[in-house]
Design a protein around this ligand. Structure first.
Ligand SMILES: Cc1cc2nc3c(=O)[nH]c(=O)nc-3n(C[C@H](O)[C@H](O)[C@H](O)COP(=O)(O)OP(=O)(O)OC[C@H]3O[C@@H](n4cnc5c(N)ncnc54)[C@H](O)[C@@H]3O)c2cc1C
Length: 415
């Protein structure tokens, strides 16, 4: 059986590994110069830096089916988030007291007793052994869901909305509530971790297991049919099956689907400094996000997890603010905001680079029901990737597993 897989992100690499283990003759075609897709790193000076803030949830069951998790040398972030109000400089904490008991009183103080109890009720509804369970029921748009849970408006605007804007990479949070419950379950029942050598180590681990797959880099597929793909330049490649493992907007274009895909943009500004502005490996979330000229959604310091000679402070922006207009002015603006957050010490931080992702996550209906978002097969062409399930690493790997189940190809053993 000859298979062509288009796209060497996590989904494409995983499918190629399963196929070649099952004896398929496999070609993996990637438009860019390397594999990894949206789970990629870049180099800034002597640092390996993730393209966008990206964590690996150890609670994702699929992770353990596909990856040697120990080999990734994961380090966990705290089970708590710090909240900064830049206008006053106050910092509060909201944690998960069930995992981090020391955060109980700070959480009650920050959230108020009723919001804390509502968080607890949401937490108790999560299912450790079935993180996706909420997707079986009907969903509400996110903000409507927070209202239905009776969280106060100020708690929503100062914590839930910025937090889920960061998770969905969408300042408007146009995502279904079931996805929020899924991520909340993952946060509740596992750790948010970062691999020692960056998030790209995840797809790379699978890529390195490929032995017989032919991999074509810098090769863009321009059209597809059930049994062939056409490459930029006009070459046609034939196969028994064609699998599209491309992101949502590319898949739709290749399938001739003209419906609009919303861009979910994110940019990170990476600064190098001698002393970290915090000693806790936590997300520092802006409770005043969206007010006035404030662009930074959150800040984190990845070097608190994996030691390095200097610290990195990474500021994340999303949406329109993540679009490149006037690079110099935008960089100055972000540094001014950081001075507002951390004081004049931030003036000494050196910007060592920025990253941009235009279509960071797929978009879909805010009321969709079900674990599978899109059909597996379109005109005989197989489609995998996060947009076919839900926008996460687990959704991505589940989409590959659905394809394998359909073709009766086993999930390969990681040995
Ligand atoms: C900034 C950011 C942060 C994230 N954070 C998290 C997180 O914390 N937790 C989580 O669970 N998930 C997170 N995600 C989501 C997760 O990274 C994705 O769900 C996952 O990487 C999707 O993998 P994929 O293989 O489906 O698609 P992709 O990684 O997009 O791979 C598709 C590949 O197809 C290639 N391609 C495109 N067009 C063509 C063409 N015409 N011909 C050939 N090749 C082509 C691309 O170059 C790419 O390599 C994040 C994503 C981003 C961008």
């Amino acid at each position: 059986m000859k298979a062509i897989i288009v796209g060497a992100g996590l989904a494409g690499c995983a499918a190629a590994w399963a196929f070649e283990r099952h004896g398929y003759d496999c070609t993996l075609i990637e438009a860019s110069e390397k594999a990894g897709g949206r789970m990629r790193c870049t180099t800034m000076g002597s640092h390996t830096v993730d393209v966008g803030f990206h964590v690996l949830h150890t609670a994702y069951p699929s992770l353990h089916r596909w990856l040697d998790v120990d080999q990734l040398q994961l380090k966990s972030m705290d089970a708590a988030t710090d909240l900064i109000a830049p206008s006053t400089g106050t910092i509060k904490t909201i944690g998960d007291p069930l995992r981090a008991p020391s955060t109980l009183f700070p959480t009650i103080f920050s959230a108020g007793i009723w919001n804390a109890l509502r968080m607890l009720r949401w937490r108790l509804k999560t299912r450790k052994h079935d993180l996706e369970a909420a997707m079986d029921a009907s969903s509400l748009p996110l903000d409507t869901y927070f209202d239905s849970m009776r969280f106060s408006k100020s708690f929503q605007s100062s914590f839930l909305q910025p937090l889920f804007a960061g998770i969905t990479l969408d300042s408007e949070r146009k995502e279904r509530s079931a996805f929020a419950s899924f991520t909340f379950s993952a946060m509740s029942h596992g750790m948010m971790t970062m691999p020692k050598h960056g998030i790209e180590a995840v797809p790379t681990q699978i890529l390195e297991r490929l032995t017989s797959t032919e991999i074509l880099y810098n090769t863009k597929v321009t059209s597809v049919s059930k049994k062939s793909v056409q490459l930029e330049g006009g070459t046609t490649k034939k196969a028994d099956i064609v699998v599209l493992a491309t992101p949502q907007h590319i898949t739709q274009a290749l399938l001739g689907d003209a419906s609009h895909v919303r861009r979910k943009e994110t940019a990170t500004y990476v600064f190098e400094c001698k002393n970290a502005p915090s000693q806790r490996a936590r997300l520092l979330l802006n409770t005043e996000y969206g007010q006035g000229e404030q662009k930074i959604l959150h800040v984190h310091v990845p070097t608190l997890l994996h030691a390095s000679e200097a610290h990195l402070v990474v500021a994340t922006v999303i949406g329109e603010d993540a679009r490149l207009h006037d690079e110099d002015e935008e960089r100055k603006h972000i540094q001014r905001e950081l001075v507002n957050w951390f004081g004049s010490t931030a003036n000494d931080w050196k910007l060592i680079g920025t990253t941009y992702v235009d279509y960071a996550l797929p978009s879909g209906s805010t009321t969709a029901v079900g674990r599978e978002r899109k059909p597996l097969v379109h005109d005989g062409i197989y489609c995998i990737g996060d947009h076919t399930m839900h926008p996460s690493v687990h959704g991505t790997l589940r989409s590959v597993e659905r394809l394998l189940e359909h073709l009766e190809v086993p999930i390969p053993m990681k040995d």
